[in-house]
Design a protein around this ligand. Sequence first.
Ligand SMILES: [Zn+2]
Length: 423
Amino acid sequence: MQVLLGATLIDGTGASPVPDAAVLIDGERIVAAGPRPAISWRPDASLIDLSGFTLMPGLIDTHDHLASHGYALTKRWGLDEPASTTHLRTARVLEQTLAMGYTTVRDAGGLDAGFRLAIEEGMIAGPRLSLSLKIISPTGGIGDSVSASGHSCWIPADPNLPDSVANGAHEVRIVVRTMVRAGADAIKCATTGGASSRPGHGPTDAAFTREEMRVLVDEAHALGRKVMCHALGGPGLRLAVEAGVDSIEHGCYLADEPDLIAMMAERGIVLTPTLLVYVYHRESRAPHVRERARALYARHLETVQTALAAGVKVVAGTDAGGHDHPANARELECLVDAGMTPLQAIRAGTGLAAECLGWETTVGTVQADRLADLVAVQGDPLRDIRLLQQMNRIKVVWKGGRICVDRRAAVATADDRTARLET
Ligand SMILES: [Zn+2]
């Protein structure tokens, strides 16, 4: 039994911080948490002094592409290096993501179930993973791999990342079942183009029919999977919300559709704005990507503010991968810039993020019976949310009650993001 003592506790529920807290861990689970005088423990428990630290739930990124390493076609199609080096690169990203205090990540496409198995077996270090495998779309949608020359990707589909193009209700049902068979925890689909999709299929261009989306949501729910839907604006965004998906990914133009925001609040549909990826796209070298990202910027910020005011659950997802793998907590800084308080941003990356995955009874908050996924941060992230991006501020990370990162001996400097991993 471990007792973590003396930290300021931010429990991930949105509650005010608790100074001089005690968190009791037995095995892989939290037994009790609260102000020190309210918690008692056995005399043989091992005490860990965390005075001066902020203790939080392990962070959660609800939208990442851990196996993606660039937007270039050669990267996306895996042409520029052997599959083995790509996989090792991905394993390093998984390790670094955990080392930055991210104990759970939902992958929005590209990571296969072998990585989840490797982490569960202890072969590699990494966060708990919720996988979606591939993005389901019709022909011409963002799940359809086509080059600028019009050629389709000729590389045989990996059975662990099944072909995700589906046309008509019948094919949609088959593809959802195939994803689940290959190990998907969530179903990812797309009803619009995006900033970085091919010319001709932009943020407000629609994909899928009402019937196709109804079947997709119905089949996913019948198999116990939530639906995360890439949708930026226009009729495809309306289609996704009305079809009853569980989260809207990006949702940049929601501010144009107040009735959809009201519907999301009422039905508990979560918004993952992924602000960070658009910071990158605004400076893209591809003119059509840059233009789309700049055009949506003001509406996107207004969307986040309007959604928050309407009571929509807004969560933290980076959409990392294409734009490299920066510190995932940069998204929390983006959410603060968009109008959240730091406490709201932390909840968006912990308790609410766990709800988005459907994992709220397991992770995301520091409460009795949750898994002991925790991070001890040096300093006060409520005063400066950017502390969470600095590696040497992320002092201790617990995953399932086990310390997997310990940097208490290292001295923090102002900016040490490039510091070597010690795990
Ligand atoms: Zn994405």
